[in-house]
Design a protein around this ligand. Structure first.
Ligand code: 16G
Length: 241
């Protein structure tokens, strides 16, 4: 039971109780949780308190609502360390998930504007532009647009774009991706992004931009990604110097 005399608000206690059930897998991904009425009777608390707890869990991505159907347990977020310079394929495989790419665009274009600056190219230099939806166990995770100078990454075809580009760069071309800079910012899914990521327009997403370099400091790739906010959580180790 919940402790009504505790200084900890009852809605918060219920939130913690439900989270615990999700963590212990008593409630599994896709399970419908009991209705507000049932929960309020079960715990002897008001429906308003139950609603507050559920609203918070929906907001935090533990639960989701389907109109006219009910409230369900959302899938767990993937927790991704920020410090490793890894590929999507490696990240998903290390979790026992099946990585895949759905190719939306593959073209070679003349570089212009910011891209010339960011990849230190000459104006009009050929760049491969690859737009892919990245999936894990058939679920869309991110939309990725990759720019690679043809001069550094030659011979790239659609075949490689369906698989791992890092594997191609390292194993076929023998290049070493050495370091990268990355920025992360919050945003919301626009129409096109929401369609390919299978989320509602306006849902929270994370925008990640990565520039990767070879050991001689030459920029090798610029990648602009849109990650689903309901599927991703990033972590980082901090040390106080
Ligand atoms: C990751 C990288 C991306 C890289 C891709 C290669 C982030 C934010 N992005 O998605 O920069 O191009 O992996 O993956 O982590 P692949 O080798 O599976 O094609």
């Amino acid at each position: 039971m919940l402790d009504k005399n505790s200084p900890i608000p009852v809605y918060y206690q219920l939130e913690e109780r439900l989270k615990e059930s999700i963590e212990k897998k008593e409630l599994k991904e896709g399970d419908m949780i009991p209705s507000e009425r049932v929960l309020s009777e079960q715990y002897g608390i008001s429906r308003m308190t139950v609603r507050q707890a559920i609203n918070n869990l929906v907001r935090d991505g533990y639960l989701y609502r389907e109109k006219g159907k009910g409230t369900f347990v959302a899938s767990n977020k993937i927790e991704q360390p920020l410090q490793g310079l890894t590929s999507f394929t490696e990240d998903m495989r290390s979790r026992g998930l099946k990585p895949e790419a759905r190719l939306l665009n593959f073209s070679v274009e003349p570089a212009q504007g910011k891209l010339v600056q960011k990849l230190r190219l000459t104006e009009g230099e050929s760049v491969s532009v690859i737009k892919r939806v990245r999936l894990a166990d058939d679920l869309p995770m991110a939309l990725e647009t990759t720019f690679l100078p043809v001069r550094l990454v030659p011979g790239l075809t659609e075949t490689q774009a369906y698989g791992s580009i890092y594997e191609y760069i390292e194993n076929q071309l023998g290049l070493k991706i050495e370091h990268a800079t990355q920025t992360l910012e919050a945003s919301v899914a626009r129409e096109r992004e929401s369609e390919v990521l299978q989320i509602k327009k306006g849902s929270p997403v994370l925008l990640i931009e990565r520039t990767s370099y070879l050991s001689d400091q030459r920029p090798l790739e610029l990648v602009k990604s849109v990650y689903r906010g309901d599927r991703y959580k990033f972590n980082v180790q901090l040390h106080r110097s």
